[in-house]
Design a protein around this ligand. Structure first.
Ligand code: DGJ
Length: 742
């Protein structure tokens, strides 16, 4: 029974073996937040909420002046009845008022976890994996119902929260704000951490102490964005990678979002996350329902590393779906950085040939194969092959690739339309725009209006034809601009602010339909690199192109930051040419390989032009990758040295049974007269004997974790190596692989 109701104290206790979350029903009306943290045994909660009348804190309860919503730690707070902090929701009724009075009506506890209609969400495969609590609140004057959903997993320290609104009354109501969750912590001694960036510099880590007032992250770009990832964490101030309490919040949504942390004058901390209320509203007619996206709330008492490992397992196993969920992903070669738009069949075949010789498994044809696309100025929307470049069609090339024993993959950008396209000439009103206003271009393109059913149906139809036209094993789904002039020609005035969310619902429907129709296709999402790297996209496409920046040094930060939430199997990582296209830096091929091998490996370079020596390096590293890839994909990640702290970076993946591990170490710039360094490993079995890189010597796990491994003194920029660690019983002999200093 992981959810228990204690009628006497009016408390609901959600728990598993490691974590507890307690809600107290106050005055039989208000679900209040009592506790969230390490598992507690409770009969009668020892610290039931206490009240004291405070100045300027009004009471809704005439007989209880000490009570005020302004000081009550709440589960889903409103504005307008005495709580002056930021509300979790706000509705506008027919008379223009935004005052509501939702109070507890009932609750239900059920096995398993219901799906969220039309939205991506975490799931269960068996009802025994989780239990769900639904608290129903009612505003009797409006006839509105509100369901607060909480799912707790048995084996994961996760609570998945969302809210649904139901108009059971007789008048229209407008939702102006409806966050997915809100939690009031009893103190404010926290740091907060979030992932910020820009194109080619995604998900850098920022950690700061909380200050009074509101700190906030958001996107109003119509995508989760390069700039702020829909994630943040609260950390106890001493928390580090291994120790301390950390609370993570990750929104399963790919559009506009907002997450607020508010510290008030009583040193309490309110955190909320959901659809960005800015430029949003939703008209709810009688009989209609609205479901918010879901927030995945993770608790860790094992520091940031513990939180990340929980997210990794959750996203890998209960967000990602499909046949590729539990499968090692193929090593791919993508032609984009080698050719950009300028290729012909001959060049593509040369890349495929060279890739095949080196052991690459999948050839991906990127942008430029359709319409009359010679640059980024045309043809998005015209998804028919450019016969000038590919005289034998897609099928001709795909056949060639398949006959070589490789899989064939294709790039598409279906959400977009170029003004210079047949599609736009035929349907100029099918893009997001405001009639009569300018249509601002970005990368010379506009966004199709996926809030319109017929536009979504058209995309589903055209892509179904395309994916059927030849055997396609992989699709890269790109999206290269953000929304401007947000509006839909098909929506009435009172629904214009629904456009961005309706777009997401349309996109999710397209993706659900296509991934259902083509279960054998491995989909990779992309938005100019990692501009939409979020759990919502991972629900449909189990990997994401991490960044357009493939420089090995920059990638250390990007991949390290991404790993705070997202598992390595979801991170596309490619070896590219030097000087690097984004930063002009020249790094050794070995380091570029090692950085990419620390995630989901691919290549994106003129592989046919590599020297014989370089080909040898690639071949050897691919061989090594096959030995370690199961660890990278399905192992537990331990971050050892942060690239944000200096010139060294290191992390490791440990097999679930702790019999094998792989350690990645990188030095960016050499420093003069450096100290000796010991790298302390993590996650091993302390009592197990391990061998390193097939060596003869054996070390106990606790030795490697407590004393650490000596690192060589390195007088070299851009240096890297991989340690393969195997329990004595498993070690085998591959003397040359991953040897330090090579
Ligand atoms: C942006 C992507 O991130 C790149 O990898 C590439 O596919 C280009 N778009 C193609 O236009």
């Amino acid at each position: 029974m992981p959810i228990a109701w204690n009628e006497e104290s009016g408390t609901l206790h959600l728990y598993n073996n490691r974590m507890s979350y307690l809600i107290q029903l106050v005055h039989g009306k208000y679900p209040a937040h009592l506790y969230w943290g390490k598992r507690v045994q409770t009969l009668q909660p020892s610290s039931i909420l206490q009240f004291k009348g405070r100045a300027f804190s009004p009471s809704t309860e005439p007989g209880d002046p000490a009570f005020s919503l302004n000081t009550l730690p709440q589960e889903y707070p409103a504005f307008g009845n005495g709580d002056f902090r930021s509300p979790a929701y706000q509705l506008r009724s027919k008379d223009g008022s935004t005052v509501t009075e939702f109070v507890y009506d009932s609750h239900e506890i059920m096995k398993g976890k219901p799906l969220l209609k039309g939205l991506p969400a975490s799931y269960v495969e068996a009802d025994s994996e989780a239990e769900t609590l639904v608290i129903t609140m009612v505003d009797s004057m409006l006839g509105m119902g509100m369901n607060l959903f909480y799912t707790i997993y048995h084996d994961l320290d996760v609570i998945a929260r969302s809210v649904s609104f139901e108009n059971r009354g007789s008048q229209n109501v407008v939702l102006e704000k409806c966050m997915s969750m809100s939690v009031d912590f009893h103190h404010s001694n926290w740091d907060w951490l979030h992932l910020h960036g820009t194109w080619a510099r995604e998900r850098h880590i920022e950690r700061k102490p909380l200050h009074h007032g509101t700190q906030s992250i958001s996107s109003s770009r119509g995508a989760s964005s390069h700039q702020q990832n829909p994630f943040l964490a609260l950390l106890s101030q001493h928390a580090n990678e291994e120790d301390g309490e950390v609370y993570g919040f990750s929104l399963v949504y790919s559009g506009n979002f907002q997450a607020d942390i508010e510290v008030n004058s009583f040193q309490t901390t309110r955190i909320s996350m959901g659809i960005n209320p800015f430029n949003f509203s939703w008209l709810l007619k009688p009989g209609e329902q609205f479901q918010t996206p879901e927030t995945l709330m993770v608790y860790s008492s094992d520091g940031l590393g513990g939180m990340s490992r929980t997210y990794h397992k959750l996203l890998r196993e209960r967000i990602c779906r499909g046949v590729y969920r539990d499968k090692a992903r193929p090593i791919l070669i993508n032609n984009w950085e080698a050719t950009r738009f300028h290729f012909n069949e001959k060049k593509l075949k040369e890349i495929a040939d060279a890739g095949k010789d080196l052991g690459i498994e999948l050839f991906v044809l990127d942008d430029g194969w359709f319409g009359h696309r010679e640059n980024d100025k045309s043809s998005l929307g015209d998804w028919f092959v450019n016969k000038k470049k590919l005289p034998n069609g897609l099928d001709g090339l795909a056949d060639y690739v398949r006959k070589k024993g490789m899989q064939f993959g294709l790039w598409v950008e279906p959400e977009m339309v170029s003004p210079d396209s047949d599609l736009y000439r035929k349907h100029p009103d099918w893009c997001i725009h405001v009639p009569g206003r300018s249509r601002t271009l970005s990368r010379n393109q506009l966004i199709l209006d996926l809030s319109r059913e017929e536009v979504c149906d058209y995309i589903i139809g055209i892509l179904t034809e395309l994916f059927k036209s030849t055997t396609i094993s992989y699709v890269k789904w790109d999206m290269n601009r953000n929304m401007t002039e947000v509006g839909s020609a098909a929506l009435p005035p009172e629904r214009q602010k629904e456009t961005a969310h309706r777009y997401m619902l349309g996109l999710y429907r397209i993706l659900e339909t296509l991934t259902g129709r083509f279960p054998q296709i491995l989909f990779e999402s992309c938005s100019g690199g990692g501009g939409r790297f979020d759990p919502g996209m991972l629900y449909y496409m189990p990997q994401t192109w991490t960044s357009d920046n493939t420089d090995a040094v920059e990638r250390l930060k990007i991949q390290y930051g991404t790993s705070i939430v997202y598992p390595a199997i979801t991170m596309g990582a490619h070896v590219s040419d030097v000087p690097n296209h984004q930063v002009g830096r020249t790094t050794p091929l070995l380091m570029r390989c090692h950085v990419a091998m620390a995630a989901n490996l691919g290549f994106e370079l003129n592989i046919d032009k590599l020297s014989t020596d370089d080909k040898k390096v690639v071949k050897e590293q691919i061989h090594l990758y096959h030995r370690i890839k199961e660890l990278v994909f399905f192992g537990n990640l331990y971050r050892l040295l942060s690239p944000f702290d200096g010139m060294d970076a290191a992390w490791m993946y440990v097999a679930q049974n702790q019999e094998r591990a792989v350690v990645f170490y990188f030095k960016t710039l050499a420093t003069p007269n450096p100290p000796f360094l010991r790298l302390k490993l993590q996650g091993l079995n302390p009592l197990e004997r391990y061998r390193i890189n097939d060596g003869k010597l054996e070390y106990f796990g606790d030795e490697l974790m407590k004393m650490g491994l000596n690192l060589p003194l390195i007088k070299k920029d851009f240096f890297s190596f991989i340690f393969l660690i195997e329990a004595k019983s498993r070690a085998c002999h591959h003397p040359k692989e991953g040897v330090p200093g090579r």
